[in-house]
Structures are given as structure tokens and as C-alpha cells.
Design a protein around this ligand. Structure first.
Ligand code: PHE
Length: 450
């Protein structure tokens, strides 16, 4: 089958933008800086970069490749490959686990994206003459303490996500990403320039790039690996699904390298832009937690003007939006293939489920703050299970599948026109390096965590 029933990207650029749009999101601008803040800066960043290069990139190529071979949703793609090659149908379990992980991630992702919607509104209100944010920590605390407000923003964001996915590949997904990704880059540079005027750019760079190896332990490795998968949207078949809509003539390794470089550049740029401001107003770059950007950046925006805050949070909403659609797409595509639901109804049902689950995260920030699962709050626990366990496990299985189970002919076919040396290097990474590293990190990380 050359075409997917869900539609196809109109060009190579459209795919790269969509895949980069999926990758670049809250993971880069909200999660990466606060994880770096909590896990010792440079040491975490170094491990993270190694995870991206040695495991993330080869698995990204593998996912897109499987997707393009199958042209369907992940579960059906694995089933079809199993039928073609005599491999066990159990491999489609990767697709099932991916759908579960996607819904779990979407549930809290939408809650955090709701925070960014709330901040966009706060700055819009200020611009229209309303009150500004006088005390950033108090403002953030008030938001987290208000379940109703959190729930409404969470609902608003989920509706935005459904709206795009319901429209389908070309009209929805593709149109949304074309204009807004470049704008995001521009805004980050602006913030970087402003951060430089605080005089702390050098300190920020030292914090981010000078590793203190005493901070590295099994848990840091697991967090960094989980973040690498989360940031590149790997291990849950989102990239595989996007690969299913990719036309034959596009070179997968080139596109994947473009996506991985963009994603990493945005994360590092966000770190360099945000930490000078954190150091200036919070005093220390460490221990910022999930509120890091929400409690530090408004200090800078108070001086730069409400418009800067509005633009920043609006772009962050967009970045989150182009990611959340890729969390919803795999399960939607599966339901469209397997049931009689229309695309619209399928997208809405999955989103409704994720929204309901998200209420647990909402409540864990206030009413259920004391509830602990294995020592973690509810939202942290969902993040841990989905990001740090399910995504790396999915990535591990995908690399084993592509490296050891899939027939060489199918693999080589997808690499048409790719230089032999590049192909060989990728094969070594996907067969040996990635599964071994991810496997070790998973086992040791789980032992360190629990
Ligand atoms: N990569 C996205 C981000 O960094 C999150 C995401 C994870 C999207 C998994 C799709 C799949 O924000």
C-alpha cells in the first residue's frame, strides 16, 4: 500500500515541521529546564545529550521507518509486518502500550498546557488594562490551588487538540505547524537577548554545561533517558504514526536528524534564555521544580512589558498544541481503522478519556495533594510511569524489533538512496548501542527509584 487511508503529508517540509512540532513542546521549554534545575544542571544535560544522540536519534529513524512501511496506525502496522515476515503478532503489543502511554501523557500534558493558556489570558487581560502579575509565586500558587480554574483551562486545551485532529492530516495538522514554529524560535532569541542584559548569561551557561559528576546516579540516568524519549516524542508510536503519512521519496535519516537537532536546539536555547532570569530573580538555578518558568519568567515580563509575556505564553501554547495533537493521533487513527467511528468521533472519545484522567492530576495539585502512590503524588506518578518507564521500554522494544526481527530487505528498502556508511552506523546503534543502553538505564533506574 503506497497511500495511507488517513491522508499524506504534502511535502518533505510538511513532515519535518509536523514531526518537529510534535517534538518541540512543553518538554523543551517547561520540563527540560526544570529537570536540569532539579538534577544538578550540567551533569543532567550531558547525560541527556548522550541519550538523544545514542538512543533517541536511531530509534526515531526506526519508528518513522516502521510507520512508512506500514502506512497504518501502529497496532495494524505491527500486525501486518508480523504476517509478512512470520514474526510473532505479540509485537503489536508495542502499539498497544504506545496508545496507553499516549493517553496517560495527554492527560497531564493538557493540564500543564492549561497553565500556559491561563498565563496567556493573564497577560492579555493586563494588556487590555487589567491588573498585572505583582507576585509571580503567589499567582502560580493561586492557580494550582483552584481546581475549577485548572479544570476549565484543561478542558479548553483538550478541545483545541480535538479540533485539529478531527480535521485530519493536511487540513488540520499540517496547517497548524507551518507558521508558528518559526515564530517560537524568534521569541526564544528575544528572551535570550533579554536574559543577557541581566548579566547572568555566563552563570547560566556554567550551570547548564559544566557537569558536576557527583550528581549523577541511576535516578538521573533514568530521568534523562525518559526526558530524551519524551522530548523527541518517542517510544509511544507518535513518530511512527507520522511516518505512516510520509511519502516514499523522503530520506528518513535526513529528516530525523533535522527533527532531533531542532528539538535539542530549542531545549538548550530555552535553558540559556530562562536560567539568567531565574538566577536574577530567584537567586539560585537549582531546585526550581515544575513551577520554574511560571514563577521566574513573569518577573522579567513585568519589566519587558505585558506584550512580551503574552507572546511568550501564546507561543508556548502553540508548541504544546502541535505536540498534543501527536499524542492523540495514534489512537484516533487506530479507532478509525478498527471501528465505525468517524475521525471526529474517534478523536473526541479518546480526548474525553484523557480529559477525565487529567482530573486526577488536577486534584493532585490541591485537594488530593496528600495522596501518595509509592511515595509519589498522582501527577508525578503518572509522569514517572509514562515518561520514564513506558517510553524507554517502548523504545527498547522498537529497537530490538527493527534491529533483530524485521527482515533486512524491508529495512534496506526504506533506506533507498541513503549512503551505505550512514546505514551501517545506524544499524550498529539500533541493534547494539540503543537497546543495551536503554536496557541498562531502565533496570538500574527502576532499582534506584523504587
Ligand atoms: N515531545 C513533546 C514535548 O516535548 C511531548 C510528546 C511526547 C509528544 C510524546 C508526543 C509524544 O513536549
Amino acid at each position: 500500500m503506497q497511500q495511507s487511508m488517513h491522508g499524506m503529508w504534502s511535502s518533505r517540509l510538511a513532515f519535518i515541521l509536523a514531526a518537529a512540532g510534535s517534538a518541540v513542546g512543553l518538554g523543551n521549554i517547561w520540563r527540560f529546564p526544570y529537570l536540569a534545575s532539579d538534577h544538578g544542571g550540567g551533569a543532567f544535560v550531558l547525560v541527556y545529550l548522550a541519550c538523544i544522540a545514542l538512543c533517541g536519534l536511531p530509534i526515531l529513524i526506526a519508528e518513522v521507518m516502521i510507520g512508512r512501511h506500514g502506512h497504518r496506525s501502529p497496532v495494524l502496522t505491527f500486525q501486518e509486518i508480523a504476517a509478512q515476515t512470520g514474526a510473532s503478532r505479540a509485537w503489536s503489543g508495542i502499539g498497544w502500550m504506545g496508545m496507553v502511554a499516549g493517553v496517560l501523557i495527554l492527560s497531564f500534558y493538557s493540564v500543564v498546557a492549561g497553565w500556559t493558556l491561563h498565563y496567556t489570558w493573564l497577560y492579555l487581560r493586563e494588556l487590555l488594562g487589567g491588573p498585572g502579575i505583582a507576585d509571580p509565586s503567589a499567582t502560580f500558587g493561586e492557580l494550582l490551588g483552584n481546581p475549577l480554574e485548572l479544570t476549565l483551562w484543561h478542558a479548553a486545551f483538550m478541545l483545541m487538540t480535538v479540533a485539529v485532529v478531527a480535521l485530519g492530516v493536511e487540513k488540520g495538522l499540517e496547517r497548524a505547524v507551518k507558521f508558528l514554529m518559526p515564530a517560537l524560535f524568534g521569541m526564544l532569541f528575544l528572551l535570550l537577548g533579554w536574559g543577557a542584559t541581566t548579566g547572568h548569561l555566563g552563570d547560566a551557561a556554567v550551570f547548564l554545561f559544566k557537569p558536576d559528576f557527583s550528581r549523577i546516579d541511576g535516578a538521573v540516568f533514568l530521568t534523562a533517558m525518559g526526558q530524551a524519549f519524551f522530548s523527541l516524542s518517542l517510544g509511544m508510536c507518535a513518530m511512527m504514526t507520522y511516518g505512516a503519512y510520509l511519502p516514499r521519496e523522503v530520506s528518513i535519516p535526513r529528516a530525523a536528524i533535522g527533527v532531533a537537532l531542532t528539538d535539542t536546539a530549542v531545549a538548550l536555547l530555552a535553558g540559556l534564555a530562562i536560567f539568567p532570569i531565574v538566577i536574577q530573580y530567584i537567586g539560585t538555578p537549582t531546585g526550581g521544580g515544575p513551577g520554574l518558568i511560571f514563577t521566574s519568567l513573569p518577573n522579567a515580563f513585568a519589566q519587558m512589558g505585558a506584550l512580551s509575556g503574552l507572546v511568550f505564553f501564546f507561543l508556548l501554547v502553540v508548541a504544546a498544541w502541535t505536540s498534543s495533537i501527536s499524542l492523540l493521533e495514534p489512537t484516533t487513527a487506530y479507532l478509525v481503522e478498527r471501528t465505525r467511528l468517524s475521525r471526529r468521533a474517534a478523536a473526541a472519545s479518546v480526548a474525553a478519556l484523557a480529559w477525565l484522567l487529567g482530573l486526577a492530576s488536577v486534584l493532585s495539585l490541591n485537594r488530593w495533594q496528600e495522596v501518595r502512590i509509592l511515595g509519589f503524588g498522582i501527577m508525578d506518578f503518572i509522569e514517572l510511569v509514562a515518561n520514564d518507564l513506558m517510553l524507554p521500554l517502548g523504545g527498547f522494544l522498537i529497537s530490538v524489533f527493527v534491529g533483530w526481527v524485521l527482515s533486512g530487505r524491508i529495512v534496506r528498502e526504506q533506506f533507498e538512496g541513503v549512503p551505505e556508511a550512514v546505514f551501517r552506523a545506524w544499524l550498529v546503534l539500533v541493534r547494539y548501542v540503543a537497546p543495551i543502553l536503554v536496557g541498562i538505564v531502565l533496570v538500574r533506574g527502576v532499582m534506584a527509584r523504587f
